[in-house]
Write a protein that binds this ligand. Structure first.
Ligand SMILES: [Zn+2]
Length: 169
């Protein structure tokens, strides 16, 4: 077991990438592989072969925190962007675990029916038409937008997370 309480992935299971909270997670390996992809950053985040444990809600919250649009082409990701994104994902996942969940998505469902604790701490996910908290702190009244994405939804702030040219959905 790792310090996170999650089982470590045996070396043989190399096709399943590590969780960013796993002490053995290698940012350098993640970044090297990310740059070789020809896809959008959110698709990459949801790809268990690149990084595991990041679901749709985690991804939207991490992208919002890192100020990155979900369609940002992975091969244009600078090292600092990728590092900020992984740090944001770790922060979101740590908060979700602290709120009692084992996975973000199951927690969100549970929370909606129970205390609502974690859903209230979401900044982007599920908040279409509500003010972006970061913009609001700057006196701007930007509203969170929703886009269709992989048969689901992506929530983002049009100001904090501007749509990239040549974005990959
Ligand atoms: Zn914003």
């Amino acid at each position: 077991m790792s310090e996170t309480g999650l089982p470590l992935i045996p070396g043989e299971a190399a096709h399943i990438a590590r969780d960013p909270l796993d002490p053995a997670f290698s940012f350098e390996e993640f970044y090297t592989r990310l740059r070789k992809r020809r896809t959008g950053i959110k698709r990459a985040l949801l790809d268990q072969g690149l990084v595991s444990g990041v679901g749709n809600i985690y991804a939207d919250e991490a992208l919002w925190a890192a100020k990155l649009h979900f369609a940002r082409p992975t091969d244009t990701m600078r090292r600092a962007d990728a590092l900020r994104l992984i740090e944001s994902a770790c922060d979101v996942m740590t908060r979700a675990l602290a709120a009692g969940g084992t996975s973000f998505d199951s927690l969100y469902v549970n929370v909606n029916g129970a205390s609502g604790y974690f859903s209230r701490s979401l900044n982007a996910y599920g908040r279409e038409g509500e003010p972006c908290p970061r913009c609001a702190a700057l006196g701007l009244s930007t509203l969170i937008r929703r886009d269709s994405f992989m048969n689901r939804s992506s929530y983002s702030c049009p100001v904090c997370q501007p749509r990239p040219r040549n974005g990959r959905w």
